[in-house]
Design a protein around this ligand. Structure first.
Ligand code: CAO
Length: 442
C-alpha cells in the first residue's frame, strides 16, 4: 500500500467484482458538483445475488458522472471523475491535463468480491459490498428489498425494515425516503397527542374588519379552560348520543303538590331533582356507567360512590359543581344543595373541591327550552345526560290520544365503554323511573 493522498483529477472505476460480466447499476448516489468523502458510497450495483455499494476511492468534488441507474457495468467501467485527493484501487489519475503535478494513484484495500462479501454480517459498515435480501439469511428485515446503506439507515433509526411496505424504487426496492416516510407515518399515528396536533388543519384567520365594525372581547378563564377540555374530549372519545322521551306527567303533578306545601322561603323542587335520582338508580343497575377507563385503556375502574355533576350556566361560562353521595340524599336535600352550589357558581365562589369527584354529569337546558341536543361527555366520566324542555304532547294510549307531559332526554356515552344496546337499556330504565317515580323507592 502506498501513500493514499493526492490531488488532481481522478477517475473512479468499478473495481474487481469477481468475474461478473455485466452488473446492473441500481442507484447513482452522486452528481456533478457534490463534494464527496473517501469511501462514500457513489453507486449501488446489483446482480441477481448481490447488491454492492461502490465506495469512492477519492475525496473531493465530482466533475463528471458517467453512469446512470439501469446501465450495465463491469470491472474497470468509469463511474466518475473527481477533482481531489484520491486514493484506492479503481482510482486512476485522469489522462487530462487538469492536474499535471498529481502523484500516481495509490492503492488501498481492495473492495471484496461479492462472493466474499456474502459472508459479511450486515452490521459491518465496511467492506461495503454485501449481499442484500432476499437471499441473505440475516437479522430483522432480511426479506426486505433494500440496499445495505438503506438497511443501515433504518437500523440507525431503530426501524425494522421488514415493516416498511413495498419500496418506491425499481422492482419495489426500499429507498431511504421510504424509511423516512415510514417513520413519519408511525410518529403521526402513534403519538398520544397526535390527534390534537398532527394533521388537523387549522381554521383560517380572517380579518373581519374588512366586512364591518368589530370588537375584540377576551374569553374568560373558565371559557378558555372549558374550551381546551371540550376539544380534548371531542378528539379522544368516540361518542354516541341517544335520544329518548319520558312521560313525566305524574311526576310533575307530584312535584307541584310538594312545592305547594312549601313555605315562601323554602327551596322549590324542580324536575331536575327527580332526574338526578332516576339517573343514579339506573347507574346502580348498570355499573359501567359509574366507571372510568384506566389510563392505559385496558381496564374499567368501577366506582362504588354516586356523585353527580350538574352543569351550571354562569356569566363567566359553564361550571360543573358535584353533588356527592346522591344515593343517600333526599329530593329536598338535593334541591337545597343544588340551589346553594349553583348560587356559589354564579358568584364565582366555587372551590376546586366543589367540582371534583363526579361520576356522571347532567346538563339541563330545560329551563330555557330545546327539543334535543348532543352534550359532550365530561371525561374521564363515560356518560352525560342532557335534558331539554318538557312539553305537553298527544300520546296514543291504545284507544285514544291523551295529553301527556313528555320530557326529552339525550344520553351521550363513550362508545369504547358503553355499547349501543347497553346505552338504550340504561335510558329505558331512566325513562321508567321518571314515568313512575315509585320505582325510585325500590
Ligand atoms: N322542562 C320544563 N321546564 C323546566 C325544565 C324542563 N326540562 N327544567 C327546568 N324547568 C323549569 C323549572 O321548573 C323552573 O320553572 P319555575 O320557575 O316555574 O319553577 C324553570 O324552568 C327554571 O329552572 P332552573 O333552570 O332554574 O332550575 P333547574 O333545577 O331545572 O336547573 C341548573 C338548575 C343549575 C341546572 C340551571 O339553572 C342551569 O344552569 N342550566 C344550564 C345548564 C347549561 O348551561 N347546560 C349546557 C351545558 S353545555 O353542554
Amino acid at each position: 500500500m502506498t501513500d493514499n493522498t493526492m490531488t488532481g483529477l481522478c477517475e473512479i472505476k468499478v473495481p474487481d467484482v469477481g468475474n461478473v460480466p455485466a452488473i446492473d447499476v441500481f442507484e447513482v448516489l452522486i452528481k456533478v458538483g457534490d463534494i464527496i468523502a473517501l469511501e462514500q458510497t457513489v453507486a449501488t450495483l446489483e446482480t441477481d445475488k448481490a447488491t454492492m455499494e461502490l465506495p469512492s476511492s477519492a475525496a473531493g468534488t465530482v466533475q463528471q458522472v458517467f453512469i446512470k441507474a439501469g446501465d450495465k457495468v463491469s470491472e474497470g467501467t468509469l463511474i466518475a471523475t473527481v477533482l481531489a485527493e484520491a486514493v484506492g484501487q479503481g482510482t486512476e489519475k485522469a489522462a487530462e491535463p487538469a492536474a499535471p503535478s498529481a502523484p500516481p494513484v495509490a492503492e488501498t484495500a481492495p473492495v471484496p468480491k461479492a462472493s466474499e462479501a456474502e459472508a459479511a454480517p450486515l452490521v459491518q459498515p465496511a467492506p461495503k459490498a454485501v449481499v442484500s435480501a432476499p437471499l441473505m439469511p440475516t437479522t430483522s428485515g432480511a426479506k426486505a428489498h433494500a440496499s445495505p446503506s438503506v438497511r443501515l439507515f433504518a437500523r440507525e433509526l431503530g426501524v425494522d425494515i421488514s415493516k416498511v411496505a413495498a419500496g418506491s424504487g425499481r422492482k419495489g426496492r426500499i429507498l431511504k425516503d421510504d424509511v423516512k416516510n415510514f417513520v413519519k407515518k408511525v410518529m403521526a399515528e402513534g403519538m398520544p397527542g397526535a390527534a390534537t396536533g398532527a394533521g388537523i388543519p387549522t381554521i383560517p384567520v380572517v380579518d373581519f374588519s374588512v366586512f364591518g365594525d368589530t370588537e375584540v372581547l377576551k374569553l374568560s378563564k373558565i371559557k378558555r379552560l372549558t374550551g381546551q377540555n371540550l376539544t380534548r374530549v371531542w378528539l379522544n372519545l368516540p361518542m354516541v348520543t341517544y335520544h329518548e322521551e319520558a312521560d313525566v306527567t305524574d311526576m310533575e303533578a307530584f312535584r307541584n303538590a310538594l312545592n305547594a306545601e312549601k313555605g315562601k322561603d323554602e327551596v322549590k323542587i324542580t324536575g331536575l331533582m327527580f332526574i338526578i335520582k332516576a339517573l343514579v338508580a339506573a347507574m346502580q343497575q348498570f355499573p359501567s356507567f359509574n366507571a372510568s377507563l384506566s389510563g392505559d385503556g385496558e381496564s374499567l375502574i368501577l366506582k362504588k360512590y354516586f356523585n353527580v355533576g350538574i352543569a351550571v350556566d354562569t356569566p363567566n361560562g359553564l361550571v360543573v359543581p358535584v353533588l356527592r353521595d346522591v344515593n343517600s340524599k333526599s329530593i329536598n336535600q338535593l334541591a337545597v344543595e343544588l340551589a346553594e352550589k349553583s348560587a356559589k357558581a354564579r358568584q364565582g365562589k366555587l372551590m376546586p373541591a366543589d367540582m371534583q369527584g363526579g361520576c356522571i354529569t347532567i346538563s339541563s337546558l330545560g329551563g330555557i327550552g330545546g327539543t334535543a341536543f348532543t352534550p359532550i361527555v365530561n371525561a374521564p366520566e363515560v356518560a352525560i345526560l342532557g335534558v331539554t324542555r318538557a312539553k305537553m304532547q298527544p300520546v296514543w294510549n291504545g284507544k285514544e290520544f291523551v295529553p301527556r307531559l313528555m320530557l326529552p332526554l339525550d344520553l351521550t356515552y363513550d362508545h369504547r365503554v358503553i355499547d349501543g344496546a347497553e346505552g338504550a337499556r340504561f335510558m329505558a330504565v331512566i325513562k321508567q323511573n321518571l314515568s313512575d317515580i315509585r320505582r325510585l323507592l325500590l
